[in-house]
Design a protein around this ligand. Structure first.
Ligand code: ADP
Length: 568
């Protein structure tokens, strides 16, 4: 038993508050003034995953928040550490994922005089946070910790920031004072209540769905955060309405489901007359819900926890509330008056036929063994190796241009929250951070990253982190020697005094990425043929140890900019 007069410092008090709030994992980079905070947290049973760069650690924290629903915590040093961490915070904001960045900051009395790593960090984080607070005294710490955590999870989740000046980190209170501060702060926690949908609105939605001739259900990351997969399954199967997941919505219902319209996407969104959108924004990823991709007469029913989203999109009908709870009520009300389109319904039949046709066409392409590798041949081999693993399905991390585009249509998602990709911002460089977050969040699952060499390069040093923590992550690098691959410039672009420099899109040809992980004791593979790839996958998947498979891809396979060519 600690003596009542024992004193504890702010480092320990932060760790205690985090532990009380249920936090058991942290990501970050230690250094002045936060090293003790990390050590105290570990001593209290919080696992601290130490990275090389706050950018990757921040991406990890944001993805951890998405996967677990508990805010992912990023710890950074002051000044530059905080600035590097903004990448993670902005990623959490843009994707709507719960995350908290905690940064040390310079001594309060020296602020404005050019102190070590001085920065107005509260101002720096402002564009990226839902809420931020500076603990100006040790007594403010418990309240500040609970506030950032509660704000990060409430409503549409997002990033929050806690600033702790170095002088505060060194302040102390007695253990009994600390406990009182923690108790008081805990009892004054205010968890924002979520608005519930009214039965009238549900009745309107049901009437609209019943009258629809070509209804479609679309779901995304918000439905995944809400863990609404059971309710989605019930809704889809009870009504017989085809569904379309967004890229990260994939897996909430298995891609193999007979009502999956993924392979008939253009038909499904182009022709549907009522679309029920659950936890997905009508942003660029869904073509803003506008023609020519969508019909001009489509009626949207939006289910979203964020009232602002409904106000922004002005759908035909908005159902504000948590997706799981809203769908539960919807399902219940439908049950009293059931309807099901059935397989012979012309709309269902049209989607099913189009799906079969497109799948057959894609499979014919995939069946060919093309060497030197294009994108399709290795992707098919990876798909088959992943499918052979069964359940629990691995968590797939995907980034790149062609690699991510081709991967999205070829790789199969069978379980919820098993896909992490470049997300709402199309962010490159998330790969290794996401892999680490996924392995830490779900130690029972293998993590498989399928990424381009450019995406991999952003955070490649974190392969050391994989090895250090012995995480079950296999990183497959599609190595085509550059951003988009080989030099595709026209003759008129290759001119001027620096014309002999490598193209801005080029990397060193044949880069030995597999050797990088071997420097730390991980396993590396270099593969260029189907047999070599199959053997590397079999060995690394069963070893469940950190590995990099460097797959040589034809530098001229694929399109420049992938699917986004028209924007480049
Ligand atoms: P995607 O990229 O899959 O299309 P988005 O990130 O664009 O998904 O949209 C997710 C939406 O889900 C956001 O508008 C967000 O407000 C909403 N959302 C987040 N959590 C919930 C929840 N628990 N219930 C319903 N909607 C949610």
């Amino acid at each position: 038993m600690a003596d009542k007069s024992t004193v504890i410092d702010s480092n320990l008090l932060v760790a205690k508050a985090l532990a009380r709030a249920g936090i058991d994992r942290m990501f970050g980079v230690v250094g002045i003034p936060v090293t003790s905070l990390a050590n105290r947290a570990v001593a209290l049973g919080i696992r601290f995953i130490a990275f090389h760069n706050e950018q990757s650690a921040g991406y990890a924290a944001s993805a951890y928040g998405y996967l677990t629903g508990l805010p992912g915590i990023l710890l950074t040093v002051s000044g530059p550490g905080c600035v590097h961490g903004l990448a993670g915070l902005s990623n959490a904001a843009v994707n709507g994922w719960p995350m908290v960045m905690i940064s040390g900051s310079c001594d309060q009395k020296d602020f404005g005089r050019g102190d070590f790593q001085e920065l107005d960090q509260i101002a720096a984080v402002k564009p990226f946070v839902k809420f931020s607070v500076k603990a100006k005294d040790i007594k403010e710490i418990p309240n500040s910790v609970f506030s950032v955590i509660d704000h990060a999870r409430s409503g549409r989740p997002g990033g929050c920031y806690l600033d702790i000046p170095s002088d505060v980190l060194h302040q102390t209170v007695t253990e009994s004072e600390a406990n009182k501060l923690l108790d008081d702060a805990e009892s004054s926690r205010k968890i924002e209540s979520v608005k519930s949908v009214s039965i009238d609105e549900i009745a309107k939605a049901i009437s609209l769905i019943r009258k629809a001739e070509r209804p479609l259900i679309v779901f995304g990351k918000g439905a995944a955060i809400a863990r609404a997969e059971g309710e989605l399954k019930e809704l889809v199967e009870k009504t017989g309405i085809p569904f379309l997941p967004t890229p990260m919505g994939k897996g909430l219902l298995p891609d193999s489901h007979e009502l999956a319209a993924t392979a008939a996407r253009s038909l499904a969104i182009g022709k549907c007359d009522v679309a029920i959108i659950v936890g997905a924004r009508l942003n660029w990823l869904l073509h803003f819900g506008e023609p020519p991709k969508w019909s001009k007469d489509v009626k949207f029913i939006l289910v979203d926890i964020d009232e602002g989203e409904i106000e922004l999109r002005k759908p035909y009908l908005g159902l504000v509330g948590d997706a799981k709870r809203t769908l539960k009520v919807l399902n219940k009300e439908i049950k009293d008056d059931p309807f099901c389109l059935g397989r012979s319904h012309p709309w269902v039949e049209a989607i099913t036929n189009k799906t079969k046709e497109n799948v057959l066409r894609m499979e014919a392409q995939l069946a060919k063994d093309v060497v030197p590798f294009n994108f399709l041949t290795p992707m098919r081999i990876i798909r088959d190796a992943i499918s052979a693993l069964g359940s629990p399905a691995p968590i797939l991390v995907s980034e790149g241009a062609n690699t991510m585009d081709v991967g999205r249509s070829v790789l199969v998602q069978m379980e919820p929250r098993t896909r992490l990709d470049a997300g709402t911002w199309g962010t490159m460089g998330v790969g290794l951070g996401y892999c680490i977050a996924a392995a830490v969040a779900s130690p029972d699952r293998l993590v498989v990253a399928v990424e381009g060499d450019s995406g991999f390069g952003f955070s490649a040093m974190e392969v050391e982190t994989l090895v250090r923590y012995q995480l079950a992550v296999v990183v497959i690098v599609f190595n085509n020697g550059g951003v988009y691959g080989g030099d595709r410039r026209s003759a008129e672009d290759i001119t001027g005094p620096f014309k002999d420099d490598p193209a801005p899109t080029s990397f060193v040809p044949g880069a030995a990425y597999h050797v990088l992980i071997e420097a730390f004791g991980g396993k590396g593979y270099l593969v260029g043929t189907p047999d070599e790839l199959k053997s590397a996958l079999t060995e690394s998947f069963s070893a469940r140890k950190p590995a990099v498979i460097n797959v040589t891809i034809d530098p001229y396979a694929g399109a420049e900019s992938g699917r986004m060519q028209h924007k480049n």
